[in-house]
Design a protein. Sequence first.
Length: 147
Amino acid sequence: MKKRVTWFLIGDGARVRMFANDGPGKGLKPALRYELVANNKPSREIGSDSPGRSFASVGTDRHAMEPPTDPHRHEQREFAREIAALLQTHRHKSAFDRLIIAAAPQMLGDLRAALSPPLRDLVHEEINKDYTKASQKDLEKHLAAYL
């Protein structure tokens, strides 16, 4: 019988850690040798250029144009897409059979939007909590029901 491997994605909009579990009583092991960290600059540093200007629809007044989205928020969505692409690569390598995501609410929504349908099918549970600052030992306590 094939061993079932579950990956746990623990993240927020700026940082993601991934752990693996090989079965009941085996605890968590790092799935990757590194932690994923986003470019978490504030919006004022990302969009450092002055906004463009446009004429008012009536008259000769000019106004600064606001960007359609907040640059910081855009970076968070891009980070979620990078995470989804990384997960897709590891799915093709059969690195995991199930995925459990524990993430801050906004990151959870961004990941939902970024995951491909085959990856979404592997999501066993979504936990709407931010455990990014928890130690591995604390994570095992918080996620004991899923181990």
